[in-house]
Design a protein around this ligand. Structure first.
Ligand code: IMP
Ligand code: MG
Length: 171
């Protein structure tokens, strides 16, 4: 199945970095109730590991905004799943797998602010800074990577490879 996948970030490196991010998040939010908003589907594996290393109460919700459909106005977000909880006056931490052009995250932050969030911060496992079109402030970054299409640890290519323990790229 995985013959053509080259390892970019191995399991140990991911584990170590996820712990560091979780500790930083705990320090930053210690006294505030935190709502974590995961972006389906890609962020689920990262999110599951991350929150189990955050030693404090966190509430969880998810959005699914995986694609801009062809028939939408450019830049419009299409939700396959909206928030379930009321986030008014809450401190929100968005957890994403990868920030590429930044368009998705820019629109998601706008949406969360419109819903009345008190604060919105962003945590992403990966960032491809060279691809950025929409400048977005990222508060917690696992790894910056070059412009490669990556899979594994939640991320897919045509719904495959999400269950790899590592982040790799298709060679
Ligand atoms: P953006 O709006 O261009 O920042 O797109 C971000 C979304 O595109 C991410 O949430 C991923 O779902 C997807 N994406 C971007 N680059 C990759 C990649 O290298 N592998 C898998 N998914 C990616
Ligand atoms: Mg995504």
């Amino acid at each position: 199945m995985n013959k053509a996948i080259e390892v970019l970030i191995d399991e140990q490196k991911i584990k170590h970095r996820v712990k560091e991010l979780a500790e930083q998040i705990k320090k930053d939010y210690e006294t505030k109730p935190l709502v974590i908003v995961g972006v389906l589907i890609g962020a689920t594996i990262f999110l599951a590991d991350l929150i189990r290393n955050i030693d404090m109460d966190v509430a969880l919700d998810f959005v699914d905004i995986s694609s801009y459909r062809d028939n939408t106005v450019s830049g419009e977000l299409v939700f396959d799943k909206e928030l379930t909880t009321n986030i008014k006056d809450k401190d929100i931490l968005v957890v994403e797998d990868i920030i590429d052009t930044g368009k998705t995250m820019t629109h998601l932050i706008e949406y969360l602010n419109k819903k009345g969030a008190k604060t919105v911060k962003v945590c992403t496992l990966l960032s491809k800074p060279s691809r950025r079109i929409s400048q977005v402030k990222i508060d917690y970054i696992g790894f910056e990577i070059e412009d490669k299409f990556v899979v594994g640890y939640g991320m897919d290519y045509a719904e495959k490879y999400r269950n790899l323990q590592y982040v790799g790229y298709i060679n």
